[in-house]
Design a binder for this molecule. Structure first.
Ligand SMILES: Cc1ncc(COP(=O)(O)O)c(C=O)c1O
Length: 359
């Protein structure tokens, strides 16, 4: 007889992970919005030193890292949540805030993990379609907030569409959300957003105790393999609650040490952003030369519709056959679109050549 699993397991969607990890070296991995740049030598060395002491559990209070984050972002350490990737904080937020009868509001298409929060908790997911420009429709989202709403998530810039809303729109929206409803602004890609300085939203924390700015070391810091993210919060309640629902040692020694070291190299962050902007311009003009219309990207990836009638799976397969792994829009909420992460200049050229050949 088969094992009998919980009803929750039947509700939970399977996260659409990218393929290609087993394909070997000569593959352009443009499917997971990773950084093409390996961690800095000093960051690797810090992680290695920490691993030498791995016979001890990691500091469960993440004290050094919270101090370093506090220094960098000007948010008191007690108002910072740390996680095993920012996904860990999202899932913990679901567990801490949601339950049957509660509601969660987010846009769609948006980040693939958000549906898990409702499915895991038994809460109701209220999804609000993106507008015609494939941006968050914040008026429509505000209209969906009811007495049952516990959490609203805004992804800015949005994954998978790469679009962003300006700071004034985000600020006006947060102002409209009732104070007892948590708002997570997922800013995983904020460093690549040229609409506003990524530090601008920090000012909102002083005014909104219900606000969490969710950030990660996975993208611009290039540490996704170590799994570490953080939330900058308007009050101490959110970090306390997400810590309460997780195991004590959720953040390993190497990740903590690498993150502290990475924070002290803001010049490298600026260099990476610059390379991403160069790649953005190259890829946008390459796509336009192929007659495609990528959305205005504020992230480290692009999103575009394939030509009318093109076979999405065939295009993704054709690119894979040419050593380029990208994401099919169908798995991310919009069939007939592709999401492609910017890689190195060589990978980007390979992608554009391969796409030209496939189309
Ligand atoms: C919008 C968004 N938020 C959060 C994450 C999670 O990142 P991590 O768990 O690696 O910090 C991702 C990852 O791709 C993302 O696209």
């Amino acid at each position: 007889m088969a094992i009998e699993f919980s009803e929750r397991i039947r509700r939970l969607p399977v996260y659409p992970v990218a393929g290609g990890y087993a394909l070997g070296e000569d593959v352009a991995m443009l499917a997971s919005n990773e950084s093409p740049d390996p961690p800095l030598g000093a960051v690797v060395a810090a992680a290695q030193r920490a691993v030498a002491g791995a016979n001890r559990y990691p500091d469960p209070s993440n004290a050094r890292l919270k101090r370093a984050l506090s220094d960098r972002y000007g948010v008191p350490a007690a108002r910072i949540a740390v996680g095993n990737g920012s996904c860990d904080i999202l899932l913990a937020a679901g567990e801490a805030l949601l339950e049957p009868g509660a509601e969660l509001v987010y846009a769609w298409p948006s980040f693939s993990i958000y549906p898990h929060l409702a499915a895991a908790s038994g809460a109701r997911a209220i999804t609000v379609d993106l507008d015609d420009a494939q941006c968050h429709d914040l008026d429509a989202m505000a209209a969906e907030i009811t007495a049952a709403t516990r959490l609203v998530i805004v992804c800015n810039p949005n994954n998978p569409t790469s679009t962003a809303l300006p700071f004034e729109d985000i600020a006006a929206f947060v102002e409209r959300v009732p104070r007892h409803v948590a708002v997570i602004v997922d800013e995983a890609y904020c460093e690549f957003n040229l609409l506003d300085d990524p530090d601008t939203t920090l000012d909102l924390l002083a005014r909104h105790a219900n606000l969490v700015l969710l950030r990660t070391f996975s993208k611009v810091y290039g540490l996704c393999g170590l799994r570490i993210g953080f939330g900058l919060c308007g009050s101490e309640d959110f970090p306390r609650a997400v810590d309460q629902v997780r195991q004590p040692f959720f953040c390993n020694v190497a990740a903590q040490a690498a993150a502290v070291e990475a924070l002290s190299h803001q010049d490298a962050v600026a260099d990476r952003v610059e390379r991403v902007i160069v790649a953005r311009v190259e890829i946008e003009s390459g796509l336009e030369a192929l007659g495609l219309e990528p959305l205005p990207s504020q992230a480290n990836f692009c999103w575009f519709d394939l030509p009318e009638g093109a076979d999405e799976a065939g295009v993704v397969g054709g690119l894979a056959a040419r050593g380029v792994i990208v994401r099919a829009g169908g798995a991310l909420g919009r069939s007939g679109a592709l999401r492609v992460t910017y890689g190195t200049p060589v990978e980007n050229a390979r992608f554009l050549d391969a796409l030209g050949a496939v189309l």
